[in-house]
Design a protein around this ligand. Sequence first.
Ligand SMILES: [Ca+2]
Ligand SMILES: [Ca+2]
Ligand SMILES: [Ca+2]
Ligand SMILES: [Ca+2]
Length: 334
Amino acid sequence: MKTMIITAATLSLCSLASAQIVVDGTAEAAYGAAKAVQTVQTQFGDSNLGVIDYANGSECDAGFAVIQDGFLHVVIAGNLESNFNKLELFIDCKSGGQNRLLGNNIDVDFNGLNRMGESPEGAGNGLTFDTGFEADFWFGATCGGSPWAMYLNWAELPTAGAGIGGYLGTAGSGAAVNAANGVMAAINNINAAGVAGGTQAGSGEGVTTGVEFKIPLSLIGYTTGQIKICAFVNGGGHDYLSNQVMGGCAPDTGNLAEPRLVNFALLAGDQFFTVGTATNNCVGDIDGNRLVDGSDLGQLLGSWGQSGATDLTGDGTTDGADLGTLLGAWGACP
Ligand SMILES: [Ca+2]
Ligand SMILES: [Ca+2]
Ligand SMILES: [Ca+2]
Ligand SMILES: [Ca+2]
């Protein structure tokens, strides 16, 4: 009986915690601090309307993300101009995917996804992410019209292209898209602070409203480790990149223009931010090169008797048991 009471109390506490995140376009306290903050002014207009739906400029001021209760929650704080500018959200949440966008992804949003990808086939162009960022999914939000409405699309980005995807739905002012696959999104365009217009140094610090996404982890096949998120504002035809990218661009960065010629690896800093904890699921791979080899063995022998990364069994000392584990895992990581 006592156990049942405790369980009930724990469940109700959990429910309270889950209720903290609402898909309303605001990063509430449950998100914690921003994981990325803009460092350059916007060349896509500084919105000053201060209303929830319409905006007369676009900017990415800050990136928030949290993994909670089976969902990835993301807020790209700032504004999305209601002239059908696009907010593009790319997620790297598992192995494989596209570091450079191919041109054979699914035709979605008037083939807008492929507007950023390689063309013609074999040209070797296509929007390229930072080294190590291999996008597995894309989500695209846009808004405008009268009455105001937002629209949401998505696609899978398999290593060889040709994934699934499609239109996820629409929502009016103050409402959230609630798609059949469990994805939700909402916009709050009320921000009139954040970065100003221009290309000089600026700060998106303090902005918590913008575009919010709620994505089921089961949909994106995420199990463990870090999720990398790259988001940016693009033109209405997915055809002209702004200088508003999360995690931020250096001061003096102007609009990036033709999407399929943009290479984030050539821009200073990370044009992505991360959520979750990096894990190395390969026991024995002490140096993280995805191989259990002589280099790992050398480190283990060099730390004999000590605790730390070479203590593979976690008993507080590096000894014969750890050596046996390492030798047993010799070779390429699974
Ligand atoms: Ca929210
Ligand atoms: Ca990936
Ligand atoms: Ca602003
Ligand atoms: Ca970069």
